[in-house]
Design a protein around this ligand. Structure first.
Ligand SMILES: Nc1ncnc2c1ncn2[C@@H]1O[C@H](COP(=O)(O)OP(=O)(O)O)[C@@H](O)[C@H]1O
Ligand SMILES: [Mg+2]
Length: 245
């Protein structure tokens, strides 16, 4: 089981979309669990689901199996919560509280091939739990001059909590929401860093990606021949061929 967190210090770069669509590609042959660790709960909202258990219940002692909702064959979800404050308060005196999710996910090792987590890098309890549990951290970046700063900030952030992370954790970035005609790697060409850990594949701007989240579908099913579907397939292929996931 590989645990992948999708994270960027900036909003609107395609984290939620990428979490959903990467699982959408993987589900063709692998069993996936989505987890919504973003306090905006957009991932949960994008499937329009109603379920009374959330990541809050997982974190506060409920059996994780009771908090998993089946979305379709090969894709399950643990929904998110809007208010983080309650969780921080509930776990105030808990010991090893940053390892709760990791420990619970270990019990699902035989049930899933991939866990894909949507999170924000606020470094509150849920995000820390996601990173501590992760084998791979994926950062979607928008291709403009300062966008790579976000990748660097995250690298630094990961360094500050390194002792808590898995030893072989990998952090890679990819360009997302790329306007047609834009050559994203030219952004890197102008920077001092070679950025070996930025993928070659990138996600083009695609209106269909916006549409499919409104109707609770994966792009590979909703519009399989569009740029969005093709690009996420390519991205997953590169992640697999480079043995990142
Ligand atoms: N490749 C893309 N092409 C067009 N729109 C996109 C693309 N990726 C994301 N979006 C849209 O951009 C907005 C922000 O994306 P989202 O995935 O919610 O970002 P984040 O989770 O990082 O805040 C959403 O409306 C989403 O539908
Ligand atoms: Mg989001």
């Amino acid at each position: 089981m590989k645990i992948i967190s999708v994270i960027n210090e900036k909003g609107g770069t395609g984290k939620t979309t990428s979490t959903r669509e990467i699982a959408g590609v993987l589900k063709k042959s692998k069993k996936c669990l989505l987890i919504d660790c973003d306090y905006q709960a957009n991932l949960t909202g994008s499937f329009g689901i109603e379920f009374d258990k959330t990541i809050y219940n997982v974190m506060t002692g409920e059996d994780i199996n009771n908090c998993i909702l089946e979305l379709e064959k090969n894709v399950d979800i643990i929904p998110g919560i809007i208010n983080s404050r309650d969780l921080e308060t509930a776990l105030e005196w808990e010991s090893s509280k940053e390892e709760i999710l990791k420990n619970k996910l270990e019990t699902l090792n035989k049930k899933y091939d991939y866990v894909v987590i949507d999170c924000r890098p606020d470094m509150r309890l849920l995000e820390k739990n996601a990173l501590v549990a992760s084998d791979v951290v994926l950062t979607p970046i928008e291709p403009h001059t300062y966008s790579l700063d976000g990748f660097d900030i995250l690298e630094e952030l990961l360094k500050t909590i390194k002792p808590s992370l898995k030893d072989d954790i990998k952090h890679v970035g990819f360009f997302s929401r790329v306007a047609i005609g834009n050559a994203p790697k030219s952004v890197i060409a102008g920077s001092d860093n070679t950025y070996d850990n930025i993928l070659d594949s990138y996600i083009r701007h695609s209106v269909k990606l916006q549409e499919c989240s409104l109707v609770g579908k994966f792009i590979v099913d909703y519009a399989p021949r569009t740029n969005g579907a093709l690009d996420y397939k390519k991205l997953v292929k590169e992640l697999k061929s480079k043995k990142i996931i």
